[in-house]
Each structure stands twice: as C-alpha cells, then as structure tokens.
Design a protein. Structure first.
Length: 110
C-alpha cells in the first residue's frame, strides 16, 4: 500500500475526503492528490499525520499500527477547527452541543 493509499484510507475512516483533508492541513489545492506520483516533504507528511492523528511511520508504511501518535491529543471541545470523532466517525454538531451542555452541568449558556 502506498502512502497516498494510506492517507486516503485513514481519511475515509475519519470521515474526511482528501479535498477536506487538504484544506484542513492548509495545503494548496490538490497537494495530497499529487502524492500519487510525487514524494512529499517530511513536513507535509507530519502535518497530515497530525490532522489524521496517526503516526508518520504508519503513513510511510513502516508500521501497520494506525493507532494515534504517541503524544496524547488535547483539544478544546469548543474549537470549531477540530473535527471531534468517536470510533473513527465525526461527531455531529448537534451531539457536540449536547455534550457541551452536559459538561456545563446542563446549562445552555457559555
């Protein structure tokens, strides 16, 4: 399996198209698609690995373990730039709002 195939596969599991991933990472249009024929820089691979929450080694094919990278991820549930997932699937916005309300002790306000 090529690195492009791994990126495509894990993106799909995370509920992202390659175009969405490309945008989320902040690349110019179709950069990830170009990986079919070009080898990306280490910095670009690292940026994609961070967004997909996998190790660079997984994307490079050095391991088949696609579990999250070694460092724990910490994000704020109110950060709209982060796609929260559960069991590999994005959490719908209405469910995130419910979670926020529960975490505030049932209050609706911020």
């Amino acid at each position: 399996m090529t690195m492009f195939d791994r990126v495509k596969e894990i993106s799909k599991k995370r509920g992202l198209t390659l175009a969405q991933l490309n945008e989320k990472v902040g690349f110019k249009q179709n950069v990830i698609y170009s990986w079919k024929t070009k080898t990306p820089s280490v910095d670009k691979v690292k940026a994609v690995a961070d967004v997909l929450n996998v190790s660079v080694d997984y994307l490079l094919g050095k391991t088949d373990d696609n579990s999250t990278s070694m460092k724990p991820k910490q994000v704020d549930i109110a950060d709209d730039d982060v796609i929260m997932t559960f069991e590999g699937k994005p959490i719908p916005p209405e469910d995130l709002e419910l979670m926020k309300r529960l975490l505030r002790g049932g209050r609706n306000n911020d």
